[in-house]
Design a protein around this ligand. Structure first.
Ligand code: TYM
Length: 329
């Protein structure tokens, strides 16, 4: 089987964007691949964290992966920080990455603008750690939202550069970016990506929002002064809602346009809100159960940490040997 690899930062509560752009596709692709999913807690350190909250968020993210339908007995779901190879490979790869390349990363530029008081070196080398995550497991496919496309490209460049010098050490990974849902937009400013850190609570649907809040947020979603449900660049708000509705119901844009032909935005928004709430309800229920019972997750975490460590060490030793580091006696 080919290897699928992905992960999310363990910061804040996941949004509907994280779910439709990534998590839902992980579940859909799950059977075809040998899968690893990381709780990317080292990446979260690029932003200041309150230790107790951070620890809770990381646990919650692990539980959300499982609640969404990833079976931790069949998939390797683990904490990035529990496998030392990530940081070790990241260092080696950073010596094969040019500052010019990192300077071009749009996410770094965006984040640096947002956190002007804390533009740390970790934020800058973030893509190298991400490359290490992926390459450590000889991954074939990496399902992500469109905002991670550039990070996948630099990962491939680093791997190809390394392979050109040392032979076939790394598998060159492919990004998997879904057709619908790859970029879910803010419900309040539909020209902006839906983001965990948005200060306007109405802009973002959180995976753990209750049914009433979900429906209320969709009812308040910014649209346009027209009243026709139609997909188009001139209608970012409605197009975003159609994208969400399409992901959740599996209906095409054409079918959605037909379904709401002659109906107003109110009906449409309510339908989207209900569909999303229905989609998330079983996940939320399972999440509560998992969080209430400590031992099951704990045993899964322990077993999977060891499994990940085993795979990671295999690649790491190979890399260390190739670059000429002295072997352990
Ligand atoms: P993160 O935590 O920012 O986002 C997790 C996943 O959610 C996707 N996503 C979105 N998709 C659609 N619409 C949105 N509005 C939206 N917002 C976020 C992201 O594209 C991502 O797939 N660097 C990664 C984490 C990471 C990683 C890795 C991923 C670290 N190492 C190795 C894959 C492989 C990140 O920031 O994700």
């Amino acid at each position: 089987k080919k290897i699928l690899y992905s992960g999310m930062q363990a910061t804040g509560t996941l949004t509907l964007g994280n779910y439709l752009g990534a998590l839902k596709n992980w579940v859909d692709l799950n059977e075809e691949y040998e899968c690893l999913y990381g709780v990317m807690d080292l990446h979260s350190l690029t932003v200041r964290q309150v230790p107790a909250d951070f620890r809770k968020n990381a646990r919650s993210l692990y539980a959300l992966y499982v609640a969404a339908g990833l079976d931790p007995e069949k998939n390797c779901i683990y904490y990035q920080s529990h496998v030392s190879g990530h940081a070790e490979l990241s260092w080696i790869l950073s010596c094969f990455t040019y500052m010019g390349e990192l300077n071009r990363m749009t996410q770094f530029k965006d984040k640096a603008a947002k956190h002007a008081d804390n533009i740390n070196a970790g934020l800058y080398t973030y893509p190298v750690l991400m490359a290490a995550d992926i390459l450590l497991y000889q991954s074939d496919l990496v399902p992500v939202g469109v905002d991670q496309k550039q990070h996948l490209e630099i990962t491939r460049d680093i791997a190809q550069r390394f392979n050109a010098i040392y032979g076939d050490v790394f598998t060159i990974p492919e990004a998997y970016i879904p057709k619908a849902g790859a970029k879910i937009m803010s419900l309040q400013e539909p020209e902006k990506k839906m983001s965990k850190s948005d200060e306007n609570a109405n802009a973002t649907i959180r995976l753990l929002d209750d049914r009433d809040s979900i429906i209320r947020k969709f009812k308040r979603a910014v649209t346009d002064s027209d009243s026709v449900v139609r997909y188009g660049e001139d209608k970012p708000g409605i197009s975003n809602l159609m994208d969400i509705y399409s992901c959740v119901t599996g209906r095409s844009y054409k079918e959605i346009e037909k379904e709401f032909d002659g109906k107003g935005y109110g009906d449409f928004k309510l339908a989207v809100g209900e569909a999303v709430a229905d989609e998330l309800a079983p996940l939320q229920k399972r999440y509560e159960e998992l969080m209430a019972e400590k031992t099951y997750l704990d045993s899964m975490i322990k077993a999977n940490d060891e499994k990940a460590q085993y795979y990671a060490t295999k690649t790491l030793r190979k890399v260390q040997k190739k670059v000429g580091l002295t072997e352990r006696i």
